[in-house]
Design a protein around this ligand. Structure first.
Ligand SMILES: [Zn+2]
Length: 226
């Protein structure tokens, strides 16, 4: 059970962070986690060490593990890193996307439209993040894909921490315009749209207004559907 248990804890915590069920600053108690996942504390400790390597959990000596609380400066650094990485990703996508990739992008846009109509914010945020990760896959640079995975996770944490004044993470029509520019193989336009899109998200974050949500871990870590 050991490795499976560890990766199960890691997956659940990462899901809960990207869904914004688990907020910055929440304590991840070893005993609570070991009860919740029916495993021993050594497995919990290894899972927490992995999460700390992803920089979404802080391990504080004598106090325990807490979901990271990125400062405004860190948050801005993360967005700058995303603009740098996603600029290269989108260039790769424009050059490498084949017909099947374009179909996958169009089908994802349809999925996002459906999710938006359901008014399910965590699901909408997950779908938004999935769009950026789909671009990373189509760009076919697995190193950039890995870094983007970490950065988008940390972006979800930032949005969960500070909140935004919009209902969803990504503006409705911006993803569609990006896909159109890929389809017309307009590299400069695609890069400009992605850069603008990421600045738009960053500008909507209301730094200073923290909204920590505290609840029992057993509730927060329940995996959601979809
Ligand atoms: Zn987006």
């Amino acid at each position: 059970m050991s490795e499976t248990q560890e990766s199960m804890i890691v997956e659940h915590v990462l899901d809960a962070i990207s869904d914004q069920r688990l907020r910055a600053g929440t304590k991840l108690g070893e005993q609570a986690l070991s009860d919740l996942f029916s495993c021993n504390r050594a497995h919990v400790r290894r899972a927490l060490a992995t999460l700390s390597a992803y920089q979404v959990v802080d391990l504080i000596p004598n106090r325990g593990a807490f979901v990271s609380t990125p400062s405004e400066n860190e948050a801005r650094d993360i967005f700058q890193a995303r603009r740098a990485i996603e600029s290269t990703i989108i260039r790769n996508v424009v050059r490498r996307a084949n017909d099947a990739d374009l179909a996958a992008l169009r089908s994802h846009l349809t999925h996002e439209d459906e999710v938006r109509r359901e008014n399910d914010r965590p699901k909408a945020i997950r779908a938004s993040r999935a769009f950026h990760m789909l671009l990373a896959r189509i760009g076919r640079n697995t190193v950039l894909e890995k870094y983007l995975s970490e950065l988008t996770m940390r972006t979800s944490l930032i949005i969960g921490l500070y909140g935004t004044n919009k209902a969803s993470l990504c503006a409705d029509d911006e993803h569609r315009h990006i896909v159109d520019s890929i389809a017309s193989r307009d590299e400069a336009r695609a890069q400009e749209l992605v850069d603008h899109h990421l600045r738009h998200i960053e500008n909507e974050i209301e730094f200073g207004s923290q909204s920590p949500r505290i609840g029992p871990l057993s509730f927060i870590l329940q995996p959601s559907e979809g």
